[in-house]
Write a protein that binds this ligand. Structure first.
Ligand code: 8GP
Length: 834
């Protein structure tokens, strides 16, 4: 039922419009009001947490009035909307970002100061919203920032996990996982108890004949779980556009309890039902680049997809347009294969509920969806057992079979002599346990498929999706190289550098048009500018050094070269290569005479990242890093020349401290394995150089900033297959320096050698799948070059400035415009600030 106010009474509403605060006094009034009324506290009982809460509420109120207007404007103009479906949104903290995006951080700073608080301390009270694992989830968050900043009519849809990614503790050098209960107080979400959808699971399908004599399928029985919407406002930078991120939370359908059971005295089982329903959105699966076919995960996927599609279809139906106009009004982007069931669900709604013919419906479906692939790693490609899908979603399995049947019929016609093709591309894998191949379903049900960096997009076309390029032609496949939002990753994380850049690039405009950074190149010769640049880097290193001291107790010298690798721990990302290199450096230093040692460049090797709780080898890598740190950091021969740090619980807010403080950062995946990487972009944008392989976006970064400004090493993607083959079938000799490193570990220098046997064995005896030994020499040589290069600080700084000046391409704004033009066919809806 529509509930709008009749025309004659609207004047009273307009007269009483909520006024947004715009200055210090207004801000202070709002804070005090929230402390007193919303939080029911007073100035005699107001700590930093309360100050944070009240400040957030003051800003949330502001955002929500903009949010309302944005939604009204978009509905009124009835333009095409984008829906970004992602099982992960790694948002980090919201307050600082909101203050900067609406341009009132200074106001808040002064206001908080007058009220007795330091803004930095207040910001720190916020718990990260950590609803993601790593790159894929953070990309979704950067995209939301860009969509709003560029005024696109866009919504994100995700799950409101009660527990985000676990908190990592390091105990005796080992990772220990602790649950992250983050919802205690979250001022950034609006529960919408009136926006809820019943989601069906299990049951069976009946065929009946409808009034027109047509056979229709009816999905009956099973159980119902309710999806409740929680909305999170997403403010654009320097624009009133405030978009919506809608997160679904699960609860038992029909209220708190099953009253029937309750009345029958079966209290316990009625509570159990409720808990079972709530389990669906309880926890984020902590795997990055790995799929483990758990039933609850599939339940999560369908729950979220069905609720989102119900919502999208409901909104479309309000416009009273014909169904064929659906793809002109709606673009849905699938962030990896996790939301692939949306394709099946939309087809189901159109044929079973709305009564469209199959072909007409399928046309609508395929024109609506786009699919982004984020990995070529086989262990990460989603497949679900047919039996499980049948059990959980019986009607959907039928539709999947039909989609596959029509698809294979076309293939048979087009490739009559290629029987094996049918087997290869079938959505159903005919293995011992039959599987639904989600990536293939996503390709068949979408009009565009994209990879996330040039090399990656080429690789998917020549490897995992090769047959589909033959089938559909190359135009269905495209590339959108990833990007990052410069608002959070420069302006917020590194305010002093942002300010210095602004002073040379004509103000803060560069945050909206990152190509303006190129103006920096004119100033490279300016000595004073270079001095300020270096000074800011040093200050950021001091800030990180302080964090290291607080977190680990180890003192590091900020004048050392800071060498950083932070990302999820994974064998393909090769933190093991890094730590083996560190050991080699340590052994080299130890072997030197004291006079020679004194000439060496001091270095701090910093690691951070979580291992999936079930990924044993990744956990061993963390253990080795800590074991090496424990020995090296207290070795008096070495002192400041080498420190090895593992920073616990790497997350978005820590990344904001870490990225601005690097001299060199490591992006050293085996060539062809890292789809893009995005921390490489964050580090360079913050004036650090990188050492890396020719992989993912490193290649495009090199093209943009110039090969003199990056330290590349290692084998190329095109050689990987042959090398692996040679390891297995030829003789496999290990690099001699690496062998010495292994010997040292086996001597027990870093604790019980047995603990690291598997890591060494993987290289020595099990084919060295990730090419650690093949790349070791080149890696160490390149680190030598880094050291030499760093000694010439003047040149080093010039390289850093040149690199930043040429990073304009890597803004997520560019990505969103590319998606908008080439995949979604949507346009921004610009607004004037009132
Ligand atoms: C990641 C890629 O590993 C990373 O290179 C890229 O920058 C990021 O996505 C954003 O595009 N991929 C995944 O996290 C991933 O594929 N995860 C699950 C789907 C398996």
């Amino acid at each position: 039922v529509e509930a709008s106010i009749p025309e004659p009474q609207r004047e009273a509403w307009q007269r009483n419009q909520v006024a947004n605060f715009a200055n210090k006094d207004g801000f202070e009034r709002e804070v005090v009001r929230h402390v007193e009324t919303t939080l029911a506290r007073s100035m005699f009982n107001c700590d930093e947490v309360a100050a944070y809460s009240a400040t957030s509420l003051a800003f949330r109120d502001r955002l929500i009035t903009d949010w309302n207007k944005t939604q009204q404007r978009q509905t009124f103009r009835d333009t095409k909307r984008v829906y970004y479906l992602s099982l992960e949104f790694l948002m980090g903290r919201a307050l600082d970002n909101a203050m900067l995006n609406v341009g009132l951080k200074d106001v808040a700073k002064d206001g908080l100061n007058e009220l007795g608080f330091r803004i930095e301390d207040v910001i720190k009270q916020e718990h990260d919203a950590a609803l993601g694992n790593g790159g894929l989830g953070r990309l979704a968050a950067c995209f939301l920032d860009s969509l709003a900043s560029l005024n696109y009519p866009a919504w994100g849809y995700g799950l409101r996990y009660r527990y985000g990614i676990f908190k990592q503790e390091i105990i005796d050098g080992y990772q220990v996982e602790v649950p992250d209960y983050w919802l205690d107080f979250n001022p950034w979400e609006f529960p919408r108890h009136d926006v809820n959808v019943d989601i069906q699971f299990f049951g069976h399908v009946n065929k009946t004949t409808n009034a027109d004599g047509k056979t229709v399928s009816v999905w009956e029985g099973g159980e119902i779980v309710q999806a409740v919407a929680y909305d999170v406002p997403i403010p654009g930078y320097d624009t009133p556009t405030t978009n919506n991120l809608r997160l679904w939370s699960s609860k038992a359908s029909g209220g708190e309890f099953d009253f029937q059971k309750f009345n029958n005295g079966d209290y316990e089982s009625s509570v159990a039902d409720q808990q079972r329903a709530e389990t669906i959105s309880a926890v984020l699966y902590p795997n990055d680049n790995l799929e483990r076919g758990k039933e609850l995960r599939l339940k999560q996927q369908y729950f979220w997809v069905a609720a989102s599609l119900y919502d999208i279809v409901r909104r479309f139906k309000k416009s009273k347009r014909a169904w064929r106009e659906f793809p002109e009004q709606v673009a849905i982007q699938l962030n990896d294969t996790h939301p692939t069931l949306a394709i099946v669900e939309l087809q189901r709604i159109l044929i079973d509920v709305e009564g469209l013919e199959w072909d007409a419906a399928w046309d609508i479906v395929t024109n609506t969806f786009g699919y982004t692939n984020h990995t070529v790693l086989p262990e990460a490609l989603e497949k679900w057992p047919v039996g499980l899908v049948q059990h959980l979603l019986p009607r959907h399995l039928q539709i999947i079979y039909d989609i596959n049947l029509y698809f294979l019929q076309k293939i048979e016609k087009a490739f009559p002599n290629d029987r094996d093709m049918l087997r290869r591309v079938s959505i159903i894998e005919e293995s011992q346990i039959k599987m639904v191949r989600m990536a293939f379903l996503a390709i068949v049900g979408s009009h565009k498929v994209n990879g996330v960096a040039e090399l990656h997009s080429d690789l998917i076309k020549t490897t995992i999706f090769k047959d589909f390029v033959q089938i559909y032609g190359p135009d269905k496949f495209t590339n959108v190289t990833n990007g990052i939002t410069p608002r959070r990753w420069l302006h917020q994380a590194n305010p002093r550098l942002s300010e210095l850049i602004a002073s040379k690039c004509g103000g803060l405009e560069f945050l909206k048009d990152l190509t303006l950074l190129n103006k920096l190149e004119q100033h490279i010769g300016d000595k004073e500018f270079r001095r300020e640049w270096a000074e800011i880097k040093y200050a950021n290193k001091v800030r990180l050094a302080k964090h290291i001291k607080d977190a680990t107790g180890v003192t590091v010298n900020p004048a050392s070269l800071f060498d950083i690798q932070v990302k999820r721990i994974h064998e393909y990302k090769r933190q093991q290569l890094n730590i083996f290199g560190v050991i080699h450096r340590y052994l080299t230093l130890k072997a030197m005479k004291p006079e020679e040692r004194k000439k060496q460049l001091p270095r701090v090797s910093i690691f951070g990242g979580k291992a999936a709780p079930g990924y044993w080898m990744a956990k061993q890598i963390i253990h080795l890093i800590n074991a090496v740190g424990a020995v090296v950091n207290k070795d008096e021969d070495i002192g400041d020349l080498l420190k090895v740090i593992f920073l616990e619980d790497y997350n978005v807010s820590k990344a904001e401290i870490i990225c601005p403080a690097s001299d060199i950062s490591e992006h050293i995946s085996t060539a062809g394995t890292e789809a893009s990487g995005t921390s490489n972009m964050k580090f360079v944008l913050n004036g650090g150089l990188i050492i890396g392989t020719c992989d993912g976006a490193n290649i495009e970064i090199t093209r943009e900033i110039g090969e003199n400004n990056i330290f590349l090493f290692g084998n190329l993607a095109e050689d990987v297959e042959d090398l692996r083959h040679a390891h297995t079938y030829g003789s496999h000799t290990i690099d001699s320096d690496l062998d010495k490193v292994f010997d040292e570990i086996e001597k027990g220098t870093f604790g019980t050698p047995h603990d690291f046997g598997a890591m060494i064995g993987a290289v020595r005896n099990h084919g060295d799948y990730y090419l650690v030994s093949d790349d070791f020499h080149s890696y160490m040589e390149t680190h030598q070059l880094v050291d030499e290069s760093y000694r010439n600080q003047d040149e080093w700084i010039a390289k850093c400035i040149t690199s930043v000046a040429r990073m304009g391409f890597f803004t997520s704004d560019r990505c969103i415009n590319e998606y908008g033009e080439e995949i979604w066919n949507v346009e921004p809806l610009p607004v004037e600030r009132n």
